[in-house]
Design a protein around this ligand. Structure first.
Ligand SMILES: [Zn+2]
Length: 264
């Protein structure tokens, strides 16, 4: 077959399949997202469903992203709110990266850190607009998702946008029947990881509340016990990625974190 390039028009699954297959076929790929639900729309990793489990594969970034804001704004609001929560979780991903830099000496890119943190701070500042104004809000989220993808490209890995909170989310994907979107899970999980870092977890919780993002386990479609187990076992997802959970967390400490942050 003589194919010059691949174009993916759609949501995360469509984009990830085209991203991975074009990478394997060594042809360029153009991303045309129709929802702004997570920062995979322009990143170089593809998250694909294997036998029951989702796995992250090496792929390549698109040569272009064409996002029509008015079209994306017509998608259910839940998608762009999930995208915002995914961006918000960049704060704890970066904290894990900085911690690893201090403890293990892992290389850190200050440019990638600055870009990643900027996207989360924009969500905090503009949460009201994102929640209320469909077109303007979608524009803000889409720009943030592309910027976050760029941070990952600069870093050469998902490090600037994926820490322990993402491991908790992947644990939820693998071990529960959660009906939640990726960003919704990462947002909620980042309240806990921010608390464990000793940071301003209340700001994350208040921002998620402003965005009308899910703030209870019931809304994620999982039980408190399941969430607890996902926190305790999260680091098993990627033992090589140092995070605030690398030293392990006891059941008592996990329970304490949920109680202090008033998550139920
Ligand atoms: Zn994410």
């Amino acid at each position: 077959m003589n194919i010059d390039y691949a174009i993916a028009v759609g949501g995360g699954t469509v984009i990830d399949i085209a991203k991975y297959s074009s990478f394997m076929s060594n042809i360029p790929f153009i991303s045309v997202p129709t929802v702004a639900s997570h920062d995979g729309i322009a990143s170089s990793r593809a998250s694909l469903l294997g036998s029951n489990k989702k796995h992250s594969f090496e792929a390549h970034s698109p040569i272009a992203v064409i996002g029509d804001v008015e079209t994306i704004a017509k998608a259910p609001k839940r998608f762009s709110i999930s995208g915002s929560a995914d961006l918000l979780s960049n704060l704890t991903a970066v904290m894990d990266w900085k911690l690893s830099n201090r403890i293990t000496g892992e290389h850190i890119s200050q440019y990638a850190v600055a870009l990643s943190e900027m996207t989360a701070k924009t969500v905090i500042e503009k949460a009201d607009i994102i929640e209320k104004d469909r077109v303007e809000g979608t524009y803000i989220v889409l720009k943030g998702l592309i910027t976050s993808s760029m941070a990952m490209c600069i870093a050469g890995s998902s490090r600037p946008a994926s820490g322990a909170e993402h491991m908790i989310s992947h644990m939820i994907d693998e071990n529960t029947n959660s009906s939640a979107l990726h960003g919704e899970q990462c947002g909620l999980a980042s309240i806990i990881t921010m608390y464990l870092h000793g940071g301003d977890w209340l700001l994350i919780k208040q921002t998620l509340d402003k965005l009308n993002a899910p703030l209870s386990f019931e809304k994620l479609g999982i039980s408190k016990d399941e969430f607890m187990k996902c926190i305790i076992n999260a680091q098993d997802i990627r033992k090589d990625r140092f995070s605030i959970l690398s030293g392990g967390i006891s059941e008592k400490a996990a329970e304490n974190a949920l109680s202090i942050t008033e998550l139920e």
